[in-house]
Write a protein that binds this ligand. Structure first.
Ligand SMILES: [Zn+2]
Length: 490
């Protein structure tokens, strides 16, 4: 009994101490939105050691208090598809609300080197898949040069691999996954020599290692054989055969005018129990390297029936002619080119679809690098009213986090605005947020993000990038995490 009295006395004494507790940072009075629980209310958020510790309607005290009245406070956006990993791109991503930007479509050519280079030098969180295209180039004796992510069109992209070569590609991919790769990245259109069986073998490897396959499918053509319908069927079949989870990137540009049909194919596959997910970006043009195998003979049809004049050089706005195309395609210089192949009408059907996550495919030279997330919030939530604010946040944070959970348990703490989650948070003005990047000025930052927190560190303060803070951390794949644990345990 005396023990109980003592305990109650202690409890009474300690309660005021707990409620007066100082947080590292408090976000006060914002409209807090969490797509998983549906919370949409004015709350205060207490952050400590990079985590959301408290969400409350009571006042909280912190070493720093940010007044968020009138602003939306949401989980930071997770971009599953970001090629531009240098600091300039990271800055415009941060101003677009992105707290995690991953290179998953193709993948860095060397996972260990990628992770090492970024450690301690990253504004936002990062990670990469293991690259099938790079592994293939290596095995064919034409390894990618530093800074490249895609091979130039040649034997390494166009020839079928022998069984022995496939074995060596798999060996390389296994070691890339061990080094921390989050998934298997396959740009099938960039390695047209890969046979149907090679694709199935890669999916089998992914299934064996329990990681998803992120893929840019074989063709965007409207004509069979080789249509986008066939290309989407190819990867859905490989997923069914192998059991590997499948993520099809940019369904907007991979299926073009047949995107509604591709969406219904994915719905069908999912309703049959297959794990297939998709993403899109809100622009009518794509962008890629002109010397890649995507522009091998027959490219006009594979890109949905376009021609030379639909190819435009970024920044200068030069429309290509046949002669200029030949010169650039045959060059070893990896020049990027904008590909105008889609319509606004198709995009307006794709972006609001409930299965579609938002991912930017960002790279310098295309406005999607800087503007994707703000553009969806401005155009689809505010102007067209075809997506609710909560659903847009779901497409930008929770859905990609859930996708990442197939690769790493670390993702369970991301994409949520909940106690215990990582303090990756965007604070923005829903009434003014908008993209300013254009095809003429592709690196123009978005406006409307007032604050951005990465692991509890403020990286955007009053709409401006905070200099010299690098709180971004690696999201390592399951294999690397497992190795770490087994190294630590005696
Ligand atoms: Zn792509």
């Amino acid at each position: 009994m005396r023990k109980l009295i003592f305990f109650l006395f202690f409890l009474v004494l300690s309660t005021p101490i707990v409620s007066a507790q100082q947080y590292d940072l408090v976000l006060e009075g914002g409209r807090v939105m969490d797509p998983e629980t549906g919370l949409d209310a004015v709350r205060n958020i207490g952050i400590r050691d990079g985590k959301i510790v408290r969400i409350s309607s009571e006042a909280l005290s912190g070493r720093r208090v940010i007044h968020a009245t009138g602003l939306v406070v949401a989980p930071g956006f997770i971009d599953l598809h970001q090629h531009g990993q240098e600091m300039e791109s990271q800055r415009v991503k941060a101003l677009d609300g992105v707290t995690t930007a991953l290179e998953l479509e193709i993948g860095a050519p060397d996972v260990a080197q990628f992770l090492k280079t970024k450690e301690g030098h990253s504004l936002i969180h990062y990670g990469t898949s293991a690259s099938h295209a790079a592994a293939r180039a290596l095995v064919f004796g034409a390894p990618l040069l530093p800074g490249e992510i895609l091979p130039k069109s040649g034997p390494a992209t166009d020839q079928p691999a022998t069984p022995e070569q496939i074995m060596r590609i798999e060996q390389r991919l296994r070691s890339e996954l061990d080094a921390g790769g989050l998934a298997l990245g396959m740009g099938i259109q960039y390695t047209p020599g890969a046979t149907r069986l090679e694709v199935i073998d890669m999916f089998r490897l992914a299934a064996e290692r329990r990681v998803p396959v992120y893929t840019h499918v074989r063709s965007s053509s409207r004509v069979d054989p080789g249509s986008s319908i066939e290309s989407v069927s190819e990867v859905i079949a490989a997923s069914a055969i192998s059991g590997a989870s499948l993520h099809i990137v940019h369904i907007n540009s991979s299926c073009l005018r047949d995107a509604p049909e591709c969406l219904s194919m994915v719905e069908g596959a999912r309703s049959r129990g297959l794990d297939v997910t998709i993403e899109a970006y809100p622009y009518i043009a794509g962008m890629t390297y002109i010397n890649s195998a995507l522009f091998n003979p027959g490219w006009q049809e594979k890109e949905g029936g376009i021609s030379y004049g639909d190819l435009v050089l970024p920044n200068t706005g030069e429309h290509l002619t046949r002669e200029r195309f030949d010169e650039l395609h045959n060059s070893s210089n990896p020049q990027t080119v904008l590909v105008f192949a889609n319509t606004q009408e198709v995009l307006d059907k794709v972006i609001p679809h409930p299965l579609v996550m938002i991912a930017s495919d960002g790279f310098q030279g295309h406005p999607r690098n800087a503007g994707t997330y703000s553009r969806v919030l401005a155009q689809y939530v505010r102007e067209k009213g075809t997506i609710t604010l909560m659903d847009a946040l779901r497409k930008m944070s929770l859905m990609p986090a859930e996708m990442l959970e197939r690769s790493t348990p670390v993702a369970r703490q991301k994409g949520r605005l909940q106690e215990g989650a990582d303090a990756d948070i965007v604070v923005f003005d829903a009434a003014t947020i908008s993209d300013h990047a254009t095809f003429e000025k592709p690196m123009e930052p978005s406006v409307g993000v007032h604050y951005l927190l990465v692991a509890g560190t403020v990286v955007v303060n009053e709409g401006k990038i905070v200099p010299d803070v690098f709180p971004g951390r690696a999201l390592p794949g399951r294999a690397a995490l497992h190795d770490e644990r087994s190294l630590r345990s005696p």
